[in-house]
Design a protein around this ligand. Structure first.
Ligand SMILES: C[S@@+](CC[C@H](N)C(=O)[O-])C[C@H]1O[C@@H](n2cnc3c(N)ncnc32)[C@H](O)[C@@H]1O
Length: 239
């Protein structure tokens, strides 16, 4: 695999390319790798979670912002298991009763990592949402790689009332001021209608500071180039 962005495989994501071409793009530009600390250990199977991700030897790692922008591709958030999301996924695997038998939405899903953990933990139905159209392909590839079924829900859900669902899980959504406030308002409306909401965060600038004590805390290994540190303390709150 060449260490450059494989433009021949580039989907025109904002121009309605097929799901299959987006999946081909992800397979050509990332590689399947395990996520440390996330293990399936149940009747459905055993083994580490694996997701299609970027690292130093994959073409998408070296693509510049200009390369991506030129091809109409958003920054590839779906190509990394973010620390806040890893914390939520760990909590769900440690305490499957939080989601078992329930209808669960993983909002701002990125790779689908949290959704996969919820499916492993026995959720009755798992929906995944993200505004980036490439996430649909990432989620479908990652669901396949981990032997689960996840339903895709596209578009910006923050524009409408929260859905009728039992549990909402959210990982690493507090890194931009306006976005964080929009999520907090919308998730607040979800809790007001009786949905249980769990959010994980590794100390981003706009995480709520006045939240109740966290349900769980984890030391998560992070990528030095992405995060400027090799570990982050990530916490999960019930909002
Ligand atoms: C840092 S990533 C976290 C991804 C994943 N939850 C994880 O922890 O690995 C943030 C994600 O939020 C998504 N996002 C941003 N605004 C959104 C919105 N209004 N609705 C849904 N997803 C959104 C981005 O596209 C991106 O995939």
């Amino acid at each position: 695999m060449e260490n450059t962005l494989d433009l021949s495989q580039t989907p025109e994501t904002n121009r309605g390319d097929s799901l299959e071409s987006k999946r081909a793009f992800i397979r050509a530009n990332t590689r399947l790798g395990r996520v440390e600390g996330l293990e399936q250990n149940g009747p459905g199977g055993t083994g580490p979670m694996q997701i299609w991700q970027a690292d130093e030897i994959t073409p998408i790692w070296t693509a510049t912002d200009a390369d991506l922008e030129h091809k109409g591709i958003e920054p590839p958030f779906w190509a990394f298991p973010w620390a806040g999301g890893q914390a939520v996924a760990r909590l769900v695997l440690e305490r499957p009763a939080l989601v078992a038998g329930k209808r669960v939405l993983d909002i701002a899903t990125g790779s689908g990592m949290i959704a996969i953990a919820a499916a492993w933990a026995g959720a009755a139905q798992v929906l995944a949402n993200d505004i980036d159209p490439l996430c649909e392909a990432a989620v479908s590839l990652n669901a396949e790689a981990n032997g689960v079924a996840i339903d895709w829900l596209g578009g910006n859900l923050l524009d409408r009332p929260p859905p009728d669902i039992d549990v909402i899980l959210a990982g690493d959504i507090f890194y931009q001021k306006q976005m964080a406030q929009q999520f907090l308002d919308w998730l607040g409306r979800a809790t007001a209608r009786g949905t249980l909401v769990y959010a994980g965060d590794p100390g981003r600038a706009y995480a709520p500071r006045d939240a109740t004590p966290p349900l769980a805390e984890y030391d998560i290994e992070t990528n030095l180039d992405l995060e400027s540190v090799t570990r982050r303390r990530a916490r999960v709150w019930r909002l």
